[in-house]
Design a protein around this ligand. Structure first.
Ligand SMILES: [Zn+2]
Ligand SMILES: [Zn+2]
Length: 88
């Protein structure tokens, strides 16, 4: 593990950054912990990561069997092909 990742891991534990795992945990995206979170689209071919401006699940309230469960967040992964990889 490189120093950069150790520092990011430390920040993650402190809640300074949020780690989002993409591509079946093969890659991780770090970002500063802000009130408004972001989601990412990942290119399946070149693994380029593009941030999405909106959260499609912002108004989504999951129905849970457990009444006592408090939802604190969610994870959403969008994958496809970037414009460099998508050719007709
Ligand atoms: Zn691509
Ligand atoms: Zn969201």
């Amino acid at each position: 593990m490189s120093t950069v990742y150790r520092v990011l891991d430390f920040f993650e534990k402190k809640g300074v950054v949020i780690k989002t795992r993409v591509m079946n945990n093969e890659m991780a995206v770090y970002e500063l912990n802000r009130f408004k979170h972001k989601h990412y689209a990942v290119c399946m071919n070149c693994h380029k990561i593009i941030a999405m401006d909106n959260c499609p699940m912002e108004k989504f309230i999951p129905e849970l069997e457990e009444d006592d469960f408090h939802v604190m967040g969610h994870n959403l992964e969008v994958f496809g092909l970037c414009k460099d990889c998508y050719s007709e």
